[in-house]
Design a protein around this ligand. Structure first.
Ligand SMILES: C[S@@+](CC[C@H](N)C(=O)[O-])C[C@H]1O[C@@H](n2cnc3c(N)ncnc32)[C@H](O)[C@@H]1O
Length: 200
């Protein structure tokens, strides 16, 4: 049985074996909505892990990518990719976000909004203080699994609340195959939910 937690620090062969869909889903969804200049757009990769999301975003033409993660070990891996303009360590929910980063065209949180990882209140923190330009996109994912049900409910309640406050509009919410439960079984995937919002 494979869980998404800690997957990003596994060797690439393990990630391929379980067909972890998070980073490629982000890069399927974001470019289909983002109509600006990709080379100039500044992207914040939150809980960037080993850099899988940056790799996909870079292939889609996004070149200005900054990353933040709570783990120095993960930051060392992402640093080695050479894809990030800047990387900072921050345990989100416990420590204040690194300030004075300016505003981002796209903020991405893949594979980290779930129980025991990045808490729900970080979404509003990113939105309000540090991250997103007016008209910018915020892309998030969570797992649709029994152990994450309470977290998913709290996250969706917050996303809806922020919509009711006219802070953003919902562009897309989609259910996707997320990760193979058993690498040897092609059909047996857990489900992930991807959310794309646009700041008003
Ligand atoms: C499953 S990995 C996902 C990494 C990357 N986004 C991807 O999709 O490949 C989860 C990442 O979240 C980071 N993380 C978990 N909780 C965090 C927190 N509270 N603050 C910052 N980073 C956190 C971990 O260090 C890890 O790198």
């Amino acid at each position: 049985m494979v869980s998404a937690a800690g997957l990003c620090c596994k060797p690439l062969s393990d990630v391929l074996a379980v067909d972890y869909g998070g980073p490629s889903l982000a890069t399927n969804v974001i470019p289909s909505h983002f109509s600006g200049d990709r080379e100039a757009a500044v992207v914040l990769d939150v809980a960037c892990g080993s850099g899988l999301v940056a790799k996909q975003m870079e292939e889609e033409g996004f070149k200005q990518i900054l990353g933040v993660d709570g783990s120095e070990a993960m930051l060392q891996m992402s640093r080695k990719t050479g894809l990030y303009k800047e990387l900072k360590r921050c345990l989100l929910g416990e420590e204040p976000m690194p300030v004075h980063w300016g505003l981002f065209d796209v903020v991405v949180i893949v594979g980290a909004l779930s129980v025991g990882h990045v808490p729900v209140n970080v979404v509003r923190e990113l939105f309000n203080f540090h991250a997103t330009k007016n008209g910018g996109y915020i892309y998030m994912t969570t797992r649709d699994s029994f152990d994450n049900a309470e977290f998913k409910y709290a996250l969706e309640t917050e996303l809806k609340q922020m919509e009711e406050e006219d802070l953003w509009t919902c562009v897309e919410v989609t259910e996707k195959e997320w990760i193979k439960v058993m690498p040897e079984q092609d059909y047996n995937y857990t489900t992930g939910i991807v959310y794309l919002y646009k700041k008003i």
